[in-house]
Design a binder for this molecule. Structure first.
Ligand code: UDP
Length: 240
């Protein structure tokens, strides 16, 4: 697949056109940002890990009945994906209170929920990705009622599958963010990435953070945490 001109450069990825108008190439960078771009840095090796992890997990989800944009891993950092129009929603699923939920509602980090909590933010950097509910999303015409219902169903299915997978790697899936897109025919697929940048992943035994919170909170050992989580995923895949 021929890589053509760059279409877009985001905080953590570059996106290129290909000779097929319905396929794009995503290239993962080591750049890290937090707090809407206020904090910037580099996590050496992150691009390779996020590319490989996201691809492994998307292939699993696809088998489990969740359609994704994934097509083919091209190299360490590059993947061929289906072209989508991104639905401008950040879909967050939480199993345990952490981060902005803990702060907003005054709930101690680590408090488990009786059932998963789905939350939406409006994907809009200028507004700082404000929290919104599904009525707000409909009022803003970000998605149709049918699309919102499907997105919620897929998000909960992703949670069940990933929770079980990470448990078998001795990792607790605390929360994560998903993005969905529309293919040319209008169907909804899971897009963007699933990685330690977009998930909170804690060692099940020790509670040690194995994700981007180590970068956000200046905890050190960021590269080691990314390597460790990738090692757990790889050794699980080898056992199958
Ligand atoms: N998240 C993300 N991108 C964002 C905001 C959140 O990937 O722009 C992920 C984050 O890594 C965590 C989950 O979504 O796994 C919930 O994040 P939260 O709302 O607690 O926000 P934060 O505390 O990271 O600001």
């Amino acid at each position: 697949m021929e890589k053509r001109e760059q279409l877009y450069e985001g905080k953590a990825k570059q996106v290129y056109k290909t000779d097929d108008p319905q396929l794009l190439i995503v290239s993962y960078k080591d750049d890290a940002t937090a707090f809407n771009g206020l904090k910037k840095g580099t996590i050496t090796g992150k691009g390779v890990i996020n590319n490989q992890m996201s691809n492994r997990l998307m292939q699993r989800l696809e088998k489990g009945g969740v359609p994704t944009h994934y097509v083919q891993e091209l190299s360490d950092r590059e993947t061929l994906v289906k072209r989508v129009t991104i639905v401008p929603l950040e879909v967050i699923v939480r199993n345990i209170a952490a981060g902005s939920f803990s702060k907003r509602y005054g709930v101690e980090e680590g408090t488990p929920f009786a059932q998963p909590t789905v939350e939406y933010s409006y994907k809009n950097d200028d507004l700082g990705d404000p929290l919104l509910n599904s009525d707000h999303a409909l009022a803003l015409k970000l998605a149709t009622p049918e699309e919102l219902a499907l997105i919620r169903k897929y998000a909960l299915a992703v949670n069940e599958q990933l929770k079980a997978f990470w448990t078998s790697c001795n990792v607790t899936l605390v929360d994560f963010k998903l993005e969905f897109g529309r293919l040319e025919d209008g169907s909804i697929v899971l897009a963007d990435e699933i990685s330690p940048d977009t998930c909170r992943l804690w060692d099940s035994a020790t509670g040690e953070k194995l994700d981007k919170d180590r970068f956000r909170r200046d905890m050190g050992g960021v590269e080691d945490a990314y390597q460790e989580i990738m090692r757990r995923l790889t050794s699980h895949n080898e056992k199958e």
